[in-house]
Design a protein around this ligand. Structure first.
Ligand code: NAP
Length: 351
């Protein structure tokens, strides 16, 4: 019986058109690159809208979705309320890749709420500036730097810029990621490379650039976002996330003796733009989740909130986990990951 609790109901939604890097603002190449990225995002959305439209059609009568057999259904739980622990990260400098939305954004907000100074990157400057503004308005300290993690120089500038701004680095959360789906023989080399560069190569490069600063600080913590996703059409994503686990294991052994703990976290399916088709009406998404959760998350019966994954990241960054190195922590709502997704009746199969 297929059971699963991993990520990605669909394609990336993060843009693949340029397949390259964001260029300096205002330059002709930069404008062309951005046009390519916009086109890539539009293409991604068109795929999403396909799903959303089909879902909307299929939603007729969906509210009265067929009864879930008891052996398939986990009783849905609810995310518990959380009160930030004031000052838990006071004096710490945290760096996050990919925090303009989703898990990274929630983690940036959570670290800042607990006293850390947080630098984060992502390509979408409008979202990055909004997150920065809102964290500061709430009394926290955050700094957004636009960077495309596929570009080694932009990534290096982000890491070094964090230390230039805040004077040190204590905790790094290498989280940026995308997915592109399709059977292996139909996956273009460009899409494959884009996923590997964004997910796995970025983690390799980020650790490479972060380690000298962490060593200067006398040690620290690196956490990388992996995934237990293993499903048809997921060749590029699954390979990239498995690679991250390998990088984490090797880096843990290289730097554990020097006081740097390196670990991976694998979120279960989490309610972010990564899995939610853009344009899907909120009510439809909520009814989809209500039907999807019990079928796919066999213990907790629901998707994670990004805040729940953020809290797990914060915990892993504390000395409560001082003896954990080279691990991959599944925060998945069930003990399983990677089997095919069970789509509720009335919704199309996942891409
Ligand atoms: N949601 C899930 O179910 C789930 C499950 C397991 C693992 N994950 C992993 O969790 C991580 C975060 O995903 P999410 O769910 O929070 O989705 P999300 O909201 O789409 O977040 C992805 C983040 O990565 C950034 N990013 C993507 N490509 C980038 C690039 N080239 N340069 C810089 N930043 C880039 C995005 O920023 P910009 O678009 O602004 O660049 C965004 O901030 C990913 O690594 C994903 O694989 C997600």
């Amino acid at each position: 019986m297929p059971r699963r609790d991993d990520d990605t109901t669909s394609t990336d939604g993060t843009g693949d058109g340029a397949g390259g890097t964001a260029e300096a603002a205002g330059s002709p190449r930069g404008r062309k690159g951005r046009r390519g990225e916009d086109e890539g995002r539009r293409r991604g959305r068109r795929r999403f809208f396909g799903l959303a439209a089909a879902a909307a059609v299929g939603a007729t009568g969906f509210a009265a979705a067929t009864t879930i057999p008891p052996y398939l259904a986990a009783t849905p739980t609810a995310a518990p309320p959380y009160t930030p622990r004031q000052g838990r990260f006071a004096g710490k400098v945290v760096l996050i890749t990919g925090a303009t939305s989703g898990i990274g954004e929630a983690t940036a907000r959570a670290f800042a709420a607990e006293g850390a100074r947080v630098a984060f990157c992502g390509r979408r400057a409008d979202l990055g500036r909004r997150v920065e503004r809102e964290i500061r308005a709430a009394g926290g300290e955050a700094r957004y730097l636009q960077a495309d993690v596929r570009d080694p120089e932009q990534l290096r500038r982000f890491v070094d810029g964090t230390v230039a701004a805040y004077g040190r680095l204590d905790i790094a959360f290498n989280n940026a990621g995308i997915t592109k789906t399709g059977p292996l023989h139909e996956m273009s080399l460009r899409d494959w490379t884009d996923v590997q560069d964004t997910n796995a190569r970025h983690v390799f490069l980020a650790i490479k650039y972060e380690v000298p600063h962490l060593l200067r600080a006398g040690g620290g913590v690196i956490i990388c976002t992996a995934s237990e996703s293993r499903r048809p059409g997921g060749v590029a994503y699954t390979a990239s996330k498995q690679a991250i686990k390998g990088i984490v294991e090797a880096a843990a052994m290289d730097y554990g003796p020097k006081g740097i703990r390196v670990n991976a976290i694998s979120p279960g399916t989490t309610d972010t733009a990564f899995v939610r088709p853009p344009g899907l009406p909120g009510a439809l998404w909520e009814s989809f989740k209500r039907a999807w959760g019990p079928r796919n998350v066999s213990a907790l019966g629901r998707m994670a909130t990004p805040q729940e994954i953020a809290r797990a990241v914060l915990s892993l960054a504390t000395d409560d986990f001082s003896y954990m190195a080279g691990s991959n922590v599944l925060v998945g709502g069930s003990p399983f990951g990677g089997s095919p997704m069970n789509m509720p009746p009335g919704f199309p199969a996942a891409a």
